[in-house]
Design a protein around this ligand. Structure first.
Ligand code: GLA
Length: 435
């Protein structure tokens, strides 16, 4: 029997061994406390911003009332500093009684009532990174069960205060323990970040079998430098990282800091665009109560989100690195579509970058392209040169439909003076510039 290549490919994909919890077939989306709110536990003096049940309830309200949930941002994730410094009389973790008077189960209820999911944070060492009780080997079973009893939906399992040997045992053990609870709990592993992120120390095949997502690299900070260092690391190591990602198992380059203090609007679009190319989890860490409409629009961009959430789950790559400090990134999408990002590392002025889809190795044909951030559309032949104007430290991002056969009538329309204007996506669409 001769099976078409596509059928064989999908059979292979279906037999890929993954963590058997059926979760996160597309990258998870939601809100995570850490980058923006850190370990602020001073509820007496800073009640609005301290790590408390109130903060998570506020964010759950915003996610459900300000259009986030419908777009897929459903996780409300607690990070470090939620726990009491002591376990209860039965040896179980407990939330800090002053800051979480209702306890985690009640908070989970609040979050679930709003159609959202609750994530929690643990650490496989003796202490969490900020010195709260950890979940070392002998506590894994009881803590997994406690999280399940609280109706938690996701665990980020950090690695501070643990050594290599413990991590080798602990990360797989927690995976098993979570599954054994019978509650679907998504599992985020910080393990590879503690091993330097690369083989031979990191075994990405094993990670795919035990975790839904994993941090590979250092913590994001609220700065453009930090975003760039993550982008550099991920794409410099794309040959290792791209094959590791697939539905249910994702590389996690850390949180989105769009809406905080460190990024310009152009840099914010760049982070959103490249996180979409990377098939990265989209956990925003900002204050949803005070976010600017500019930042909210970027994070709520439907086309960028749909690119991030593409069901094929193929992580994209950097395909061009010019001396001019312009870079081009490509992510293959379902239905033979693709996403392109033109990224400028320059710091002078908008740069007019000239190329063609043919030069970027696209197959012969004509493509409908939609600019992700302006919704301008155009039809473009592979051999036609075009110019994109890319702002300093900014991006131009395109969604490209599958190539259609060359159609002489459309080509005629490419004549400069008779260019068709496609206004089907957004009202004031203007055609892109062609040479
Ligand atoms: C580590 C993690 C961060 C955050 C802190 C909390 O540094 O990488 O994402 O969870 O711990 O202490």
């Amino acid at each position: 029997m001769h099976l078409p290549v596509l059928v064989i490919a999908s059979m292979l994909a279906a037999t890929t061994i993954a963590l058997d919890n059926g979760l996160m077939k597309t990258p998870p989306m939601g809100w995570l406390a850490w980058e923006r709110f850190r370990c602020d536990i001073d509820c007496d003096n800073d009640p609005k911003n301290c790590i408390s049940e109130k903060l998570f309830m506020d964010m759950a309200d915003r996610l459900s009332e300000d259009g986030w949930r419908e777009l897929g941002y459903v996780y409300v994730n607690i990070d470090d500093c939620w726990a009491s410094k002591t376990r209860d009389e039965k040896g179980r973790l407990q939330a800090d009684p002053k800051r979480f008077p209702g306890g985690i189960k009640k908070l989970a209820r609040y979050v679930h009532d709003r159609g959202l999911k609750l994530g929690i944070y643990g650490d496989m060492g003796t202490y969490t990174c900020m010195g709260y009780p950890g979940t070392p080997l002998d506590k894994i079973k009881i803590d997994a069960q406690t999280f399940a009893d609280w109706d938690v939906d996701m665990l980020k399992y950090d690695g501070c205060y643990s050594n290599e040997t413990e991590q080798e045992k602990g990360y797989p053990l927690m995976s098993k323990a979570l599954n054994a609870t019978g509650r679907p709990i998504a599992y985020s592993c910080s393990w590879p970040a503690y091993q330097g992120g690369l083989p031979p120390k990191v075994n990405y095949t094993e990670l795919g079998m035990i975790c839904n997502l994993w941090r590979n690299y250092g913590d994001i900070q609220d700065s453009w430098d930090s975003v760039q260092s993550i982008i550099d690391w991920v794409f410099n190591n794309q040959d290792v990282l791209v094959p590791a990602a697939a539905p249910g198992m994702w590389n996690d380059p850390d949180m989105l800091i769009v809406g905080d203090f460190g990024l310009s609007m152009d840099q914010s679009r760049a982070q959103m665009a490249l996180w979409a190319i990377m098939a990265a989890p989209l956990f925003v860490s900002n204050d949803l109560r005070t976010i600017s409409s500019g930042a909210q629009n970027i994070l709520q961009n439907k086309l960028a989100i749909s690119i991030n959430q593409d069901p094929l789950g193929i992580q994209g790559r950097r395909i061009v690195k010019e001396k001019s400090r312009i870079e081009v990134y490509l992510r293959p999408l379902s239905n033979n579509a693709s996403a392109l990002v033109f990224f400028s590392r320059r710091t002078d002025m908008p740069y007019r970058y000239k190329t063609s889809l043919g030069k970027l190795n696209f197959t012969t044909g004509i493509y409908k392209i939609t600019d992700v951030f302006t919704y301008k559309t155009e039809v473009l032949k592979d051999s036609t040169d075009f110019v994109v104007s890319i702002n300093p430290t900014g991006v131009v991002m395109w969604y490209l439909s599958a190539p259609a056969k060359l159609n002489p009538r459309l080509l005629f329309n490419h004549d400069k003076h008779q260019r068709p204007v496609h206004r089907d996506d957004e009202k004031n669409a203007i055609p892109l510039v062609f040479l």
